[in-house]
Design a protein around this ligand. Structure first.
Ligand code: ADP
Length: 158
C-alpha cells in the first residue's frame, strides 16, 4: 500500500483554532501528517521554535498520525526528503486563494510529483490568523476564542 504522507507547512506563531480545525479534518485523508514549522530568518516571530513545537505536540499527543518538525529551505524539498506527496493548506478567503494559487503552481513546477490539497476553513475561524492573535496579545486582549487551551494555559490568561 502507498503511504500517503502530507506536509502541513506554516509558521504557527502561535498555532490557532483555525489550524487545528484544518489538521483534524485532514487526519482521515492521510496515513501521516507532518506539521512542518518553517524556519524563516526574514520573519520576526513572537514565540521561539521550541515553544511553537511543544504546543503543537501537546495538542496532538494522542494522534498517532501526526508528527511535528521544523524545516528550512523549499517546502517541496522537505516533502521529497520525507517522502510526502501532498502539501496541505487551509483556505479562508479569496485573498488566501490567490496567494496559495501562486505558491501551489510554482511548487508544481519545482516538483511535478507533489500536489497541494486545500481544506476550507470552518466559518467561525475565517477571521483568525496568527498575526491577528499576536496583535491581540500585544494589546492585552482576550484570545480565548482564537487559540487552543494548551496555548492559553502557558500564556496564563486562561
Ligand atoms: P504561513 O506563515 O505560511 O502563512 P501560517 O501558520 O499562518 O503560515 O498558516 C499555515 C496554514 O494554515 C496556511 O495554509 C493557512 O492558510 C492556514 N490557516 C491559517 N489560519 C487559518 C484559519 N483560521 N483557518 C484555516 N486555515 C488557516
Amino acid at each position: 500500500m502507498m503511504n500517503n504522507i502530507a506536509i502541513f507547512p506554516g509558521s504557527f506563531d502561535p498555532i490557532t483554532l483555525g489550524h487545528v480545525s484544518v489538521i483534524r479534518r485532514a487526519i482521515p485523508l492521510f496515513d501521516k501528517i507532518i506539521i512542518s514549522i518553517g524556519i524563516n530568518s526574514e520573519k520576526k516571530h513572537m514565540f521561539d521554535m521550541e515553544q511553537r513545537k511543544s504546543w503543537i505536540e501537546k495538542i496532538f499527543q494522542d494522534e498517532e498520525k501526526i508528527i511535528v518538525e521544523s524545516f528550512t529551505g523549499l517546502t517541496v524539498n522537505f516533502c521529497k526528503d520525507r517522502n510526502a506527496r501532498f502539501i496541505l493548506r487551509g483556505l479562508r478567503t479569496a485573498a488566501d486563494f490567490e496567494f496559495e494559487r501562486g505558491i501551489g503552481q510554482v511548487n508544481k513546477k519545482l516538483n511535478p510529483n507533489i500536489d497541494t490539497i486545500f481544506l476550507l476553513t470552518e466559518p467561525e475561524y475565517t477571521p483568525i490568523s496568527s498575526s491577528i492573535v499576536r496583535d491581540v496579545i500585544r494589546n492585552n486582549g482576550d484570545i480565548s476564542q482564537m487559540v487552543p487551551k494548551e496555548v492559553l494555559k502557558d500564556l496564563k490568561i486562561a
